[in-house]
Design a protein around this ligand. Sequence first.
Ligand code: ADE
Ligand code: ZN
Length: 324
Amino acid sequence: MQHFIEKMPKAELHVHLEGTLEPELSFALANKNGVVLAYETPEALVAAYDFYDLPSFLAIYYAGMNVLVEEDDFYQLTYAYLVKARSQETIYAELFFDPQAHTSRGVSFDTVITGIHQAQVDAEKKLGIKSQLIMCFLREMSAESAMQHLELAKPYRNLLVGVGLDSDERDNPPIKFYDVFREAKAMGLKLTMHCDVNQQDSLIHIKQCISDIQVDRIDHGINSLESEELCELIKDKKLGLTVCPVSNQFVVQSLTSVEIHKMLKKDMLVTINSDDPAYFRAYLNENLVQLQKEGKFSQEQIVTLVGNAFKVAWLDDATQNGYL
Ligand code: ADE
Ligand code: ZN
């Protein structure tokens, strides 16, 4: 089964580029940019990864970004992820990035997006992995800041396929960003939002995503299973759910295989993803292999999970049909 998973052509729809920053690259960039890291070696850095909920993860994730300063740093980060993904037979990826986490440190929007985009172009040409970019807003920051970043993105509209919402969910409901997401939709961008597992007001947030924001997908969305009404809405609207098993394990001590079985049984369009693979020490193959072991998924179910990602990918019909 492991071999079968590793050899399958796959798509990844939920991966934060900043969450793909491997410790070795972090040290190389820190040296180059004169940034002092709190640890002596990459191994010591990894040993200090201690996550048990979303805020404890986010604190380490944001601290890690300080080494990303120049355009080429964003290029290297993105290219390294695409090399790794392609080596795992991922042939298509939709990539999140968090511009506010960089502009707030004095790194320009142009620096970030230009570095990322150039790596996407080169990786498609040299490695044959296609990717598209999703700009995320940090939900603990203001709606005004999100709107300013949407404005900053306007000259780069063609480099984006959609917008998302991530970071700390507590007291930051989807509705806070209603105007920002209306404007993004008017720009022709696709919409998604994180509803992480077991967060405060999970069900209210999922309902707002669907009914108020009218998202095209939901990131995570595990808690929708607690409401028959939400499951029906998700099915009716054919919304993809980008679930991240190893990431979930840090919060609920399970790869959520029981929940993924339930979603498959209900014919919900659930997909498997890695979220922040450098921090959770698991890329897409490791997520699928560990999930399959925990939940004893059949080969057919694995094919459905992987196929769902191509089905709910934000691709034009011709490209999508080529993958399906
Ligand atoms: N940013 C990076 N990873 C995240 C996650 N799993 N949830 C919310 N925000 C994130
Ligand atoms: Zn995420």
